[in-house]
Design a binder for this molecule. Sequence first.
Ligand SMILES: Nc1ncnc2c1ncn2[C@@H]1O[C@H](COP(=O)(O)OP(=O)(O)OP(=O)(O)O)[C@@H](O)[C@H]1O
Length: 271
Amino acid sequence: MSPPATPTDDPGLALHHVGVRFGGLVALDDVSLRVPPGRVVGVIGPNGAGKTTLFNVVCGFVRPSGGSLTLDGRPFRPRPHRLTRLGIGRTLQGVGLFPGLTVLENVTAGASHAARAGFAAALFGLPGSDRDERRLRAEALALLAELGIDRHAAAAPATLPYPVRKRVALARALIARPRLLLLDEPAGGLGADDVAELADLVRALPQRADGCAVLLVEHHMDLVMSVCHELVVLDFGRVIAAGPPERIRDDPRVAEAYLGADVPADAGGTP
Ligand SMILES: Nc1ncnc2c1ncn2[C@@H]1O[C@H](COP(=O)(O)OP(=O)(O)OP(=O)(O)O)[C@@H](O)[C@H]1O
């Protein structure tokens, strides 16, 4: 028998035999997957397959009824308010920006606890706080520029087109320099050009200076096929296939799962 995993054996996020029940309904059943550093892992599956439930387990919104999670080989019990501190960022379906804040303020609001402490000190005029505030604003502006939306820094989110707001939400997640980014349907509501640009952004995430692994839950087949190193396919809460996109595309079990279910209208293609 192999010895138990140590932190160095198992870098990144891992789910081990996770199950979730809602009353009598089994939403996830014996699901295991890994998101190693620097990799983009996609979770796909037909409607009701369990994708959102899996995302919610990793964010701490849903408690598994069985199995476990590890982060760098250590037991990991996700809590939504502790994710940033653990180096985990997320964007949710929709955008969820603060309507009373400008774009720039929305992005700085996503900074880590330590960076925000400096920002809060600025509010009370404490020593060194000007420098912290300037640094945080500069960082936020640089991120907005990287995402091609810095000209909107002073705008209120409600005045901006949906695809721009989605990028603001991404910038807000990135300013905390996550080592793992959880993306829930980032292509939802985007047109073909915006999805192509999103694909470039996601592909570039692991190459950022601080590097970043990505767990991507998504309906849009063209996006997942073009950005993911690895795909995990769920159907009725179980993993029916896992591997590189080329293999998943040709897997008859995956085609069958999709053919037997409604393929969403916004899907960019079928596997
Ligand atoms: N809070 C809940 N209470 C009861 N059942 C739930 C709850 N959340 C999800 N479910 C059920 O669990 C199963 C998995 O749902 P989930 O939303 O995770 O699937 P999905 O793959 O994200 O679907 P979609 O692609 O339609 O968003 C479905 O049968 C769903 O009805």
